[in-house]
Design a protein around this ligand. Structure first.
Ligand code: MG
Length: 203
């Protein structure tokens, strides 16, 4: 399986990163070794001094497809969870300045945490999905799916023009404003429509 991540998909997050809102989806990949399964702790790697959390809606691909039409996109996903796109921000900033790829900052082991999945049949209309991230009990990020610059249907159609989607792939749909650093001992909790999906410790 592979992990497809969308960048800058919320206007206020693009602004806090001092980046332009993109004209078409920006995506990058993480390998399967990046996946950190439900509720496992995240160990801050020794190669970075600044790891940020990015809470995101994560959709699970239900069947293989390529060149998927936007109006069929929801047939290709079957579940949603809260995930964290852990980012070595110091490394990413240095790579960006040199115009280099982001893998060292984004694709390292354990950088794609994923919470409990809920079947899409149980969560109501996708555009109404609401999610929140709490760090040590304090709310840090909150958004609804309708705030995405590119909604899931558009993402699935766009990405599948370039890369075949396979059953079991995960799509991280971008983070809203409010990203920040994690520290040893922090507890991250992600809620989907008010229901816990993710709870994990930083070590
Ligand atoms: Mg992200």
């Amino acid at each position: 399986m592979k992990i497809i991540c969308i960048g800058r998909n919320y206007r206020e997050h693009a602004r806090e990163m001092q980046a332009e809102a993109p004209e078409e989806p920006v995506f990058f990949l993480k390998p399967d070794t990046a996946l950190l399964r439900t509720n496992r702790p995240f160990f801050i790697p020794d190669f970075t001094r600044e790891v940020h959390y990015e809470a995101e809606l994560v959709f699970r691909v239900a069947k293989n497809g390529r060149h998927i039409a936007a109006h069929f996109a929801q047939r290709y996903v079957d579940a949603v969870a809260i995930g964290i796109d852990f980012t070595a921000r110091d490394i990413q900033t240095a790579l960006k300045m040199k115009g280099l790829p982001w893998e060292k900052a984004k694709a390292f082991d354990g950088s794609a945490a994923c919470g409990h999945f809920f079947p899409l049949t149980e969560v109501g209309p996708l555009e109404n999905l609401k999610f929140e991230l709490f760090v040590n009990g304090h709310i840090k990020q909150s958004a609804t799916a309708s705030e995405m610059l590119f909604p899931l249907d558009h993402i699935v159609a766009y990405v599948s023009r370039f890369i075949t989607l396979r059953q079991g792939d995960l799509i991280y749909t971008g983070t809203p404003a409010g990203v920040g650093p994690v520290h040893r001992g922090d507890i991250l909790e992600g809620l989907l429509n008010g229901t816990p999906s993710l709870k994990m410790k930083i070590l």
